[in-house]
Structures are given as structure tokens and as C-alpha cells.
Design a protein around this ligand. Sequence first.
Ligand code: URA
Length: 422
Amino acid sequence: MDVISVIRTKRDRGELSPEQIDWVIDAYTRGEVADEQMSALAMAILLNGMNRTEIARWTAAMIASGERMSFDTLTRPTADKHSTGGVGDKITLPLAPLVAACGAAVPQLSGRGLGHTGGTLDKLESIPGWRALLSNEEMLHVLDTTGAVICAAGDGLAPADKKLYALRDVTGTVEAIPLIASSIMSKKIAEGTGSLVLDVKVGTGAFMKNIEDARELASTMVALGTDSGVKTVALLTDMSTPLGLTAGNALEVRESIEVLAGGGPADVVELTLALAREMLAAAGIEGADPAKALADGSAMDVWRRMISAQGGDPDADLPIAREQHVVTAPASGVLTRLDAYDIGVAAWRLGAGRARKEDPVQAGAGVELHAKPGDPVTAGQPLLTLHTDTPEKFAYALQSLGSSYDIAPAGTEFTAPPIVRG
Ligand code: URA
């Protein structure tokens, strides 16, 4: 087999054979196919697509590139959630302990932020002492003893995807439905969860900007999971506005703790409960009431145990950025738009995110929102507070906020889109 003929097949809109797919994934993982050759193939796939048979084989080949984990020793059914990524998307933080408090085992292998979307591990690392890197044995131990674990995926899990995702990230080939679906599902199937709920984001702050693409991504992933024996369901959820009132690492941990304490912003609570109900149903757990587990403190108890089991201090003060800058409303009226992408870029530029994989992030940096679409605002009131340790970044962050919101005259009828869109 030679790589040029594989690239030419897809460049010329042909169907890749199972043998071509198995070979190219294996040869790339071993370093026999070069990065420039794989990026040419990824671009051909982005432009010309793959059919469902090719996507299933591509996913299987990425799973076969590494180890498969098993949770067979656990007594509870396993339930996992994956979000395709957004701005202010801190849902994993309250959700994992909440679903564990309702009786499931929740293994959350999570990622770091890249570009304008935040990463769950970066958020949790703002808790003093908390460790993202666990051995497989440690991960199972935390899961078994607390009911939930949120940690980095080990190097052995779908190594082909690790290499390919890093390459796609720097070659403009992330936004391809076959590549996103196979990337996410190879890791989830290899992880060994029994059930999976996919939170497919749609809107300016998401990979999928329109509902048709989001639906196609969701149905591709559900088919991959179901065909591999994982009970898989998907929700399409709004990402035109940031979730909650914060985008940034420690800022989002603080907001997640408010939700676990029975408060927090209404949209975060609503989505957390909707996903919890889907996860419990997918795991076959009946009769548990996640709203009660938030109200009675049992989800908070699991959170505290889970954070401690990974070296974190659940009572420690969270970092606060050294400098703040307030953006005020230029007019009175009704806020009708607050753009998720622009807010995500501002948080990233303030230091909450990274431009390259190896860059550090600032724990305290980010954007705090003082109003959401549908809220009345008065000229001069705070609209956003920007947080950073490096005030020279304010000007750069403000550039992305120039047209990030609309204020309509007072009395304008406006209904924000529902959080769960399908
Ligand atoms: N998340 C992943 O894990 N892979 C992608 O391709 C996109 C988002």
C-alpha cells in the first residue's frame, strides 16, 4: 500500500477501502506516513467527505491504534457525557458528581481548551492541588470510591486520534463532520463506557454553526456508538450565547460550585438537569431525581470527595485575576444578542485559553457577564467584566468585543432561543 494512492482516491472523490483505511491509520500512528501526507488526506476528507461505511472503519482503526479500557469490575452502570465544545461550557463539573449521586458511575475523560473554547481540565486545574493526570488504576479507584472521575485520557487511548487531532488543529481541518465524529467516538468507545450522552452544540460559539450540520454530526456519532454496543443519545443545544455568566477557568469553577450548592444561573441548571436525566435513562437508572440531588447537597458531597481524591482542596480559595476592566452598556434597552464566539475569543485573549498546546493558561482570566439576552439594560451599567493578570491584554481582548452585542429599544419583544434545541 502506498500513501499517495490513498490521498489520490479521496482527492478524486473515491471511497476509501477498508484496507486503505486500516493501513493509513496504522502507518501514520507508527510514523511511516508523514504529517504533510496525513494533512493532505485530512483536507481531501474535509472537502470530499466520507460515507458512513468509511467513517465506521476509520473510527475502528483509530480505536485499534491503542488500548481499550473496561469498567466491568464496577457494580454501578457507567454513563458518560461528551460536549462538542463551547464558551462557558462548565456543565461537566456539576454534572459528573450529580449523576454519580443518582447512582451511576461517571468516567469523564476530558480535554484541555484550544482556541476560543474552554477545556474542562484547565478549569479544574485552578483548584489548588487538583491533578488531571491519573494512571488507569488511579482512575478506576477514584471512580469506584466516589462514583465520578474527571481526568485526562491516558496516552494509550486512541493514540492515532491524539496525533491526528493535533495535526488537524494546525492545518485547518478540524471542521469536518467525519473527522470530528470519528475523533470523539474512537475515544469514547475505547474508554469502555456503557452509555453516552452527546451534547452537540450549535451556534456561533460551536464548531457547528447551523442546525442541519449539528444534526448530521449528532446522527453520525449516535450510529457509531450504537453499532459498537454503547447506548448513545444526543441533544442539540444552543451555543449562540455563552452558558451561564462566566467564561474562564476559576470563574467557571466558582459558578459550577454555585450550581452544586443549589443556586447558579438558570441556563446552566437547566442544561445540567436535562443532561443528567438523559444519562440516567441511558444507564437504565430509574426513579432518581437529579433536581433533588442538587437541592439536598448529595451532588455537592460527591464533588468534594471527587476533588479530594484527585489531590484538590475543595475548600481552598480559587485564584482571582490581578486586574479587572468593566465594559458598560452604551444605551438603555433590551439586550438581544451576546455573541458566544466573541466572548470566547476575548476570554482566550485575556489568558484563559492557549494558542498552542504547550502554552500555560491563567487560572483567574476570563469574562464575567452581567446581563444575558432578554435582560433589560441601562446606559452605563456594567455589561461585562474582563479579568486578567496581564492588563496589556485588555486592548486586544476589547477588539473582539466591538460588535459582540446588540441592544434594542426598551419594550422590544425578545425571546431567547431554548437551551435544548432538539
Ligand atoms: N473534539 C474532539 O475530540 N475531536 C474533534 O475532532 C473535535 C472536538
